[in-house]
Design a protein around this ligand. Structure first.
Ligand SMILES: [Zn+2]
Length: 316
């Protein structure tokens, strides 16, 4: 009798025990509906450690037989807030989480979904990130810059399943197509199409309304990917950052144009043996200067492209 009472007490208390672990994120997070079953939350357009780390997007799909989540936000606290928003719409279990790619602002929330019983999927290449010094250094830095939302209890969750090709599956009344993009924006990128809703989650392959973050991406492959990406018939596209686009073709065109411009500009300069500073100074950046994050990101992006083009030309 006492034992069953204690078990009952534990069951009643356990939801509170689980949720008490993470410092609550108090930043505003609003659920935005895209179709009756597909929602997303939009991170704020600031640097990664502003707004309690809420700078990237995440979305979810209610299928009738469970929930599929795309990306997990930049802290466990934010993921917990997202999970509460999911719970405000459905009691269905979160079956799977797809990580578009392993960058801190998209995956530090994975542990919350793992604890909730979801299976974590990620594109091939994430193990390169997980084993890198960058990953360890970034987590240490975020434990400092995003304290208390990232702390010693925050861990990098490895995926349960690796995706290295493109495939589809059906859950409830939804069909999901996962397209593996290889190394493009990161060491491995993944995008997800949801039908019949015709919603595309693009991760960081597409940035809407701001200068993309190039980092150590492979711009040649990234550009090829975008040039092949079919946008006809899409209802809406959710980028990794910025608002969902109901004009997906135009949105994709901005990222495509930026990458093409960077590559064309620096290919010509590198072939002429010009220095980075010379090429940068003589380039007319006016078509991108008005975009948010231009001042923060453009010169660093340009330098990354310059270095990678030098490397590409050496390898020819
Ligand atoms: Zn990223």
């Amino acid at each position: 009798m006492l034992k069953s009472f204690l078990i009952l007490l534990l069951m009643l208390l356990s939801p509170f025990c689980v949720t008490a672990e993470y410092a609550p994120a108090t930043v505003e997070m609003r659920l935005k509906p895209l179709t009756p079953d597909v929602y997303y939350v939009q991170g704020k357009a600031r640097v990664a450690t502003d707004n309690q780390g809420f700078v990237s997007n995440a979305g979810f799909v209610i299928t009738g037989k469970g929930v599929i989540v795309f990306d997990a936000l930049g802290t466990p606290s934010l993921a917990q807030k997202l999970l509460a928003l999911i719970r405000s719409k459905t009691d269905q279990p979160v079956k799977r989480v797809y990580a578009s790619h392993y960058h801190a602002d998209h995956v530090y929330g994975l542990q919350v979904f793992k604890e909730a019983g979801a299976v974590i999927y990620a594109p091939k290449g994430v193990n390169d990130y997980l084993e890198s010094e960058t990953a360890t250094a970034r987590l240490d830095e975020r434990r400092f810059s995003l304290e208390p939302w990232v702390d010693d209890n925050t861990i990098l969750v490895p995926p349960d399943e690796i995706i290295d090709s493109s495939s589809s599956f059906t859950l409830g009344d939804k069909r999901f197509t996962l397209n593996f993009q290889g190394k493009a924006h990161s060491d491995g990128d993944l995008i997800m199409l949801v039908e019949p809703d015709k919603v595309l989650f693009s991760g960081d392959l597409i940035f809407e309304g701001r200068v993309p973050f190039i980092g150590n991406g492979d711009t040649a492959h990234w550009l090829q990917t975008l040039e092949k990406l079919e946008t006809g018939g899409l209802h809406v596209m959710v980028p990794g950052h910025g608002p969902a686009s109901f004009e997906p073709a135009e949105t994709i065109e901005l990222t495509r144009r930026y990458l093409r411009f960077m590559r064309d500009t620096f290919t010509a300069g590198v072939e002429d043996l010009q220095s980075f500073d010379e090429i940068y100074a003589q380039t007319d950046w006016s078509q991108f200067e008005h975009l948010p994050t231009f001042a923060d990101a453009n010169r660093i992006n340009a330098y990354q492209v310059f270095l990678s083009l030098e490397q590409e030309l050496l390898n020819q």
